[in-house]
Design a protein around this ligand. Structure first.
Ligand code: HDE
Length: 734
């Protein structure tokens, strides 16, 4: 029925049903119902109900008396409601997800016999859940935090769960430390403060005391921890897995996802404000992009090390606090994932999806990575506590291939397995184990020898080299942001022991970093730094991943209007933005119709200036029109919009009289604006005083060095942010 089930969801679902991608959707269809106006209200046991509103009462002529406990309908409703909540995930509680498909385009049959990675004709359905780590289910999306990037591949050989993050390393080397790092990062135990933040004493106390976290907290203080969108993050399997080929050879492997849209982040001030203004910023962004058909895509890459070379590196390749630098182990891109369908229901899909790192398929194996091995135990265990022992039977979790075994019973068992035996061996030879030829998972015959001991190999003891490698590889802007992040975080630690020791720790990475942060947050200025050999690995910088092609597709662009706006510039911008698949959002002095300068055109704004905030868009356009500009110039909120967008390094476009408005709002002589018919760009502010229609064309080529107004404006947006503005210190007013 129209309105109840979003059309976009239906369209993609139907298109996919004929393909392998649709296998999971077909499977889910058995459990999916659409609510329509033909349905009638019933109890859970199917009896129709005459009202949804009144509890059965003892009614007398004078009044409706007390409720009768005998009312089974009312009791059912209340009791079902009382038990609606399940425990939230102990970490990664807040998340959102989507369906999609994966295809390998460059078979790696030299490395594995897993068809999901070798059969280029195969489409594998996937469900992906993105998450923050520390916050509760209701916390804000834009917290400074690692993001989860968990992919469930419904392969024909069973489910493969690749449970990764958007940062390639982790805080700890050995799984036994997981409760400590999470306790230290979560709200403090005495007052449950702060929510979804690492800016507190306990987190930084642990970081100082636990030096193996040093590399990871550098990533956490970088812009990677405040992504602009889930669609603009890399994903990393983090742990070292193995691939086994049909010759029985084994290679170590790390898995990565690289987004087509490039890797982009918010600026910190935006992230802070969005936490209050739009706590669902990332969740909505993913949903809207998919609903609008702007399907996010990632390239799938592998880094591979043959078994014989395991010990040839100056780091241990099984240590999850280390990256495999790309100059030593290049990434080979072999596949692509697209997300193209929003979930139908959050709880039964996004909340109930259960990932287990132990879920792998033949041709893929584990390694002796001591973090991975602990994870393999933990995920299965946590699902039992969160969802119950039959969690694999839940629709979103069950594989698309056949499942048959002798596991039975347990709370909420759904499958009814017919037959008189529930054990193996049995007299009927029912459900025998599969042979290797039939596709059985056979463990790699790894040699294991040694004594029992609680130790790690020597190379695990180097905790600083890769933290330095990361710092050295950052661009000047990225370094500046990391310094600001430490300044924020340590400023929130009131205990001088905590911030005082942490600034000393920073000198193990870089002396200038330590001294600059110390200058701001307090403590004794570090005098000497750990020697830094100056090695760099450029691929660690997110600036290395600008995106496949310059594009403004799916970028949100506000158009500010008031009565008397210039309809020629407005119409041209609106049409050009739409044809470039950006999302124009008209923001007016009111949400009722706004009349254009020519008196006959008008527009119905999507929002008014108080409703939408500049933080929620990627760029800003203001058409001229003398009357409109006069109104906006007197409106403090409008001026704030322009200043804030400028402070957040966003591209701003203005034509006609709006050029003076922008000049007035920004008020910086170094930002020059065009006083003529030529389009001009200065620090990401694109202006053109006299309208030149040919400069406003609809089909805009997005390329560097273009001359037209719209081309310059679009190129600016495609670059995400104008970093020159920050380098010149012009954004300081926000
Ligand atoms: Fe997790 N982690 N983790 N983790 N993790 C969980 O499992 C755990 C680690 C990651 O969207 C939990 O289902 C241990 C690394 C993601 O549902 C739990 C250790 C990486 C998600 C758990 C780690 C991750 C989780 C909580 C150290 C990046 C969300 C709920 C040995 C590669 C998955 C759940 C989703 C979730 C344990 C370390 C990523 C408790 C013990 C390293 C993306 O099982």
């Amino acid at each position: 029925m129209a309105g109840l089930v979003p059309e976009s969801v239906q369209k993609v679902a139907h298109a996919a049903l004929g393909s392998r991608e649709g296998d999971k959707l077909k499977d889910l269809a058995h459990n999916t119902k659409d609510m329509t106006n033909k349905d009638r209200l019933t109890t859970d046991y199917g009896v129709k109900q005459s009202t949804a509103d009144d509890w059965l009462k003892a009614v007398s002529p004078e009044k409706a008396g007390p409720l009768l406990l005998e009312d089974p309908f009312a009791r059912e409703r209340i009791m079902r409601f009382d038990h609606e909540r399940i425990p939230e995930r102990v970490v990664h509680a807040r998340g959102s997800g989507a369906f999609g498909k994966f295809r390998v385009y460059d078979s790696i049959d030299d490395l594995t016999f897993a068809p999901v990675l070798t059969d280029t004709s195969r489409e594998t359905p996937v469900f992906v859940r993105f998450s923050t780590v520390l916050g509760s289910r209701g916390s804000m999306d834009t917290a400074r935090d690692v993001r989860g990037f968990a992919v469930k591949f419904y392969t024909e050989e069973g489910n493969w769960d690749l449970v990764g993050n958007n940062i390639p390393v982790f805080f700890i080397q050995d799984a036994i430390k997981f409760p400590d790092i999470i306790h230290a990062g979560k709200p403090e135990p005495h007052n449950e403060v702060p929510q979804a933040q690492t800016a507190h004493n306990n987190f930084w106390d642990f970081q100082f005391n636990h030096t193996e976290s040093t590399h990871m907290f550098m990533w956490g203080m970088s812009d990677r921890a405040i992504p602009r969108s889930f669609r603009m993050m890399q994903g990393f399997g983090v742990n070292t897995f193995t691939l086994i080929n049909s010759k029985g050879e084994r290679h170590f492997v790390k898995f990565t996802w690289t987004p087509e849209l490039g890797v982009h982040s918010l600026v910190w001030d935006e992230a802070l404000k969005l936490g209050g203004q739009d706590p669902d910023f990332h969740r909505k962004d993913l949903w809207e992009a998919i609903a609008n058909g702007a399907f996010p895509k990632w390239k799938f890459g592998i880094q591979v090390i043959p078994e014989a070379k395991e010990h040839k590196f100056d780091f241990d390749i099984l240590d999850a606090t280390k990256v495999w630098p790309e100059d030593l182990v290049p990434t080979r891109y072999i596949g692509e994932m697209e997300l193209n369908r929003n979930p139908d229901e959050f709880f039964t899909q996004v909340e109930q999806i259960a990932f287990c790192t132990s879920h792998i398929v033949p041709g893929i194996g584990f390694s002796d990575d001591p973090l991975l091995q602990g994870r393999n135990f933990s995920y299965f265990d946590t699902q039992i506590s969160r969802l119950g022992v039959n969690f694999e039977e839940l629709p979103i979790n069950r594989p698309t291939c056949p499942v048959m075994n002798f596991n039975r019973d347990g709370a909420l068992r759904h499958t009814i397995t017919r037959g008189t035996v529930n054990y193996w061996p049995n007299r009927y030879e029912a459900c025998p184990p599969a042979t290797e030829a039939e596709g059985a998972y056979v463990e790699y015959a790894q040699k294991v020898a040694g004594i029992k001991a609680r130790i790690r190999s020597d190379k695990f003891k180097d905790h600083f080299s890769q933290a330095q490698l990361f710092w050295n590889s950052m661009s000047p802007i990225e370094k500046h942001h990391i310094i600001n992040a430490f300044s924020f975080e340590l400023d929130h630690c009131e205990d001088p022991v905590v911030f005082g020791r942490m600034v000393q720790r920073l000198s193990d990475i870089d002396l200038t970093l330590a001294q600059t942060v110390c200058e701001r947050v307090g403590g004794d200025a570090p005098k000497e730094g750990r020697p830094n050999p100056g090695r760099r690995a450029p691929a660690l910088s997110q600036a290395e991943f600008p995106g496949a092609n310059p594009t403004i597709a799916s970028r949100r662009v506000a158009i500010l209007v008031a009565d008397g706006y210039d309809n020629v510039a407005y119409d041209a911008a609106y049409a050009a933005l739409s044809s470039a698949l950006a999302v124009p959002l008209v923001v007016g002095t009111r949400r009722n119709k706004i009349t254009a300068a020519n008196g006959s055109n008008s527009t119905q704004p999507h929002h008014h200036l108080e409703g939408l905030r500049s933080t929620m868009v990627d760029a800003l356009f203001i058409p001229g029109g003398a009357q409109a500009v006069e109104t906006l110039a007197k409106n403090g909120r409008a001026l704030h919009w322009i200043r804030e967008a400028f402070g957040h390094l966003k591209t701003i476009g203005a034509t006609g009289e709006a050029v003076e408005l922008v000049q007035k709002a920004i008020g910086l002589p170094s930002v020059t604006v065009s006083g003529s018919g030529e389009a001009q760009e200065s620090y990401g502010v694109v202006t053109m005083r006299e309208l030149k229609p040919e400069s406003l064309g609809e089909a805009v080529t997005i390329a560097k060095g273009a001359t037209g107004f719209m081309e310059k404006f679009f190129y600016g947006i495609s670059q995400h942010r104008c970093w020159e503005r920050e380098l010149a210190g012009l954004n300081a007013q926000v």
